[in-house]
Design a binder for this molecule. Structure first.
Ligand code: ZN
Length: 338
């Protein structure tokens, strides 16, 4: 089959690879309904994360189960499933505590920018719908797999509640999903920090009440102005750079909480600033599995349309252009037809 392989930074190809096979009795093989490119795929693509050997890319997926291993109990061929980028048994102490992304058996999904993929720990990782959903819901269900699940976790970790004031740092796909999540959780004020007209527009569609285009000190002043000099009770950090963490800390009120889901690159913390600032933080790879049943329900009931975040659709064969478009920020998020 043709699939996506990153050979070295900047060198992404659609090329012939072996079809996935059941390797362990707890595996499943799925036929993907669609795939997509993640903002985090850009880290190795840009050379900010080492590429030691050719990598099969892709960790966001939904589709039909075609085969299961001998020990798979609940997942069956023919089911439509959505899974997380973290593969988890959903039964160890960390999973039962709701942190499936720290599962004792955790693995990270790969090879999903392809027509078929192997999913390890199928019973723990995959959530099936009761029937095969209509094709028009596939982009929304695909978004649940990572980008919505991650934005949702950012809002959950930042303790967004009914009536909250929320700042979202980052207008990438995850930040936009954080806006949607905050809205669904009942936030009263959602301030999206964004400099790009098309992303501002989408943020408003997803529920942002205010847009702040300024960054750095000016951005912080604007947030203070909008919050009566106080800062926000919940801040979602959805980028992962030193500047964005700085912004998130400065926008948060004393006693406020920062949910951080951008993978930190070059970020370090000043202990005294955290101590005297009285900031609470929770983040890391999102335990998407915890949220999957609820988020899939919201999509199936057409309460939310997270698939709107895909603003470019390409056939898998044109994956090179997809990476380029996201790298150059011409596209927010690229869906791949497989
Ligand atoms: Zn586990």
């Amino acid at each position: 089959m043709l699939a996506t392989v990153l050979h070295k930074p900047g060198d992404i190809r659609c090329e012939e690879v072996a079809e996935p096979k059941i390797l362990r009795p707890t595996d499943a093989i799925i036929k993907l309904s669609a795939s997509c490119i993640c903002g985090s795929d850009l880290w190795p693509y840009r050379g900010l994360q080492p590429v030691d050997a050719p990598q099969h890319m892709g960790h966001e997926y939904c589709g039909l189960v075609v085969e299961v291993g001998a020990e798979v109990r609940t997942i069956r061929p023919g089911q439509f499933v959505v899974g997380s980028f973290c593969l988890s048994d959903n039964s160890c102490p960390h999973c039962r505590f709701g942190f499936q992304s720290s599962c004792e058996q955790r693995e990270f999904m790969s090879g999903a920018q392809a027509p078929y993929a192997r999913v390890a720990l199928a019973d723990g990782t995959l959530v099936a719908t009761s029937e095969v959903p209509p094709a028009e819901l596939v982009p929304d269900l695909l978004a649940v797999s990572d980008v919505l699940g991650t934005g949702w976790y950012a809002a959950d970790a930042a303790e967004v509640r009914q009536g909250s004031t929320v700042v979202v740092v980052g207008d990438g796909a995850v930040g936009l999903m954080g806006v949607l999540a905050a809205k669904e959780m009942g936030a009263e004020r959602i301030i999206a920090m964004s400099r790009h007209a098309s992303r501002q527009q989408l943020a408003r569609e997803f529920g942002a009440t205010d847009i702040v285009a300024e960054r750095g000190e000016d951005g912080v002043s604007r947030i203070k102005e909008l919050t009566g000099g106080v800062g926000a009770g919940s801040v979602l950090e959805c980028v992962g750079t030193a500047e964005s963490f700085d912004q998130a800390l400065a926008c948060s009120r004393p006693g406020g909480t920062i949910g951080y889901v951008g993978v930190p690159h070059g970020v370090s913390f000043d202990g005294q600033r955290l101590f005297f600032g009285q900031k609470r933080m929770l983040g890391g790879p999102a335990p998407v599995r915890r949220f999957l049943p609820d988020l899939m329900d919201r999509v199936l009931q057409s309460r939310i349309k997270p698939g709107k975040v895909f603003d470019l659709r390409l056939p898998l064969a044109e994956v090179t252009e997809g990476y380029r478009a996201m790298d150059e920020r011409r596209a927010i998020k690229v869906m791949l037809e497989v």
